[in-house]
Design a protein around this ligand. Structure first.
Ligand SMILES: *Cc1c(COP(=O)(O)O)cnc(C)c1O
Length: 404
């Protein structure tokens, strides 16, 4: 290890804090570095590799589509895009889809749709967007302005005007913020980057009611919670509360860049010809990959398995909380999206997992370990994580951590 890191340090922007490892291939829930060392992946490319690494259905779809047609732009129709849109609509509340290339772009499209819809139907005074403190919606200016974490704003202000933020699960604050001026309420059903914070059913029901009363759109950002992550195809299905629009990305194309904005037809009608566009959006190769991902997830028992494995992971994490009450403050999540909040810095545990056990997880806000494994993770791999976490917590604070 060294050459790729050295090269990257010379030529790449230093905007990422990277671990000292370069991966060259992967299979299932395993990744392999330059020296052939194996890592167990509970990060999955930040909740992206839904079917794991090099999944056969995606590899096959990508290769065969690349041989046929890679790109033509949205001046024309293509089969993968049309078929994927149909599949997404068949299995959700939505009737129309706009494709783009990333989560932030899907959020941008949602924000533009909300403003345009309100402008067209109710006039120019209805432009405010209510979002949540601690939310994360992406790094472009609109998405950044929606993001309720001032840390991400530092040095980039002024932001896009018209955003208000309320604390998650605070019904009173939400009621106070939504008014006749509100064109949309934007929420992640489970806040992801904010620390794996599930919203209550009551909060979502209140958001739905307020949106209806004030003729605002209810938009769910399911970029992280969608595509089977929580044990249902979309997290909103757990709550039985439907949004008017929804953003998707991350797991959608199993690792290829694809974002989507889904909406009811009457709402999406606000995006008339010329109002919004993306050159690469809905690229045939990415759409073919996403079609293969969805077909796999929609197979009988796939989501049932995600739920069962999620339960197994949850039980393991909860038993750690019982065994180490002075270290583990809270365990939160749904399906295969879990956060373990420590009452001490999580860095030593994270380092122990990485260096001693070669297990990849993510660490958010210094104290929260997040687990978003591939949806095909095996029970024995969940056990391996549990054993490693137990060891790390037993030895906390871990003194000497050096390469195993
Ligand atoms: C990751 C994420 C985004 C941003 O997606 P990018 O593809 O990084 O732009 C937006 N919203 C949520 C909920 C996310 O988890």
């Amino acid at each position: 290890m060294g050459y790729l890191k050295d090269l990257g340090e010379i030529y790449l922007a230093a905007n990422y804090k990277r671990l000292p490892v370069a991966f060259v291939r992967g299979k299932g829930s395993r990744l392999y570095d330059e020296e052939g060392r194996e890592y167990l992946d509970f990060c999955a490319g930040i909740a992206v590799c839904a079917l794991g690494h090099a999944p056969a259905p995606v590899v096959e779809a990508v290769c065969s589509q690349a041989e046929k047609l890679i790109h033509v732009s949205n001046l024309y129709w293509t089969e993968p895009q049309a078929k994927l849109a149909q599949l997404l609509c068949t299995h959700s509340f939505a009737e129309k889809v706009f494709f783009c290339n990333s989560g932030a772009e899907a959020v941008e499209a949602a924000l533009k749709l909300a403003r345009r819809y309100a402008w067209k139907n109710f006039g120019p005074e209805k432009y405010e967007i209510v979002a949540l403190e601690n939310s994360f919606h992406g790094r472009t200016y609109g998405a950044l302005s929606a993001t309720g974490q001032s840390l991400y704003w530092q040095g980039f202000e002024p932001l896009v005007p018209g955003f208000r933020h309320v604390p998650p699960n605070d019904l009173k604050a939400l009621e106070g913020a939504v008014s006749e001026k509100t064109c949309a309420i934007l929420l992640e059903p489970i806040l992801g980057e904010g620390g794996v914070i599930p919203l209550t059913r009551e909060f979502l029901a209140t958001a739905r009611r307020l949106a209806d009363e004030k003729k605002a759109l209810l938009i769910f950002d399911e970029i992280q919670t969608g595509i089977g992550r929580t044990g249902k195809l979309f997290a909103y299905e757990h709550y039985e509360i439907e949004p008017d629009a929804m953003t998707l990305a991350k797991g959608l194309a199993g690792g290829l860049p694809l974002g989507a904005l889904l909406a009811r037809a009457e709402v999406m009608a606000a995006l008339e010809p010329g109002t919004h566009a993306s050159t690469f959006g809905g690229n045939p190769v990415c759409c073919a990959a996403a079609y293969a991902v969805l077909k796999t997830i929609l197979k009988e028992d796939f989501l049932k398995e995600v739920t069962l494995k999620g339960r197994s992971l949850a039980q393991r994490l909860q038993s750690l909380q019982e065994d180490f009450p002075e270290l583990v403050k809270e365990v939160r999540g749904l399906g295969l999206m879990w956060g373990m909040e420590l009452s001490v810095p999580a860095g030593p545990v994270f380092q122990y997992l990485f260096e001693k056990k070669r297990i990849l997880v993510t660490c958010i806000k210094d104290r929260i370990l997040r687990f978003t494994p591939p949806l095909i993770i095996a029970y024995r791999e969940i056990d391996a994580l549990y054993e490693a976490l137990k060891e790390a917590l037993k030895n906390y604070p871990i003194k000497e951590v050096k390469n195993a």
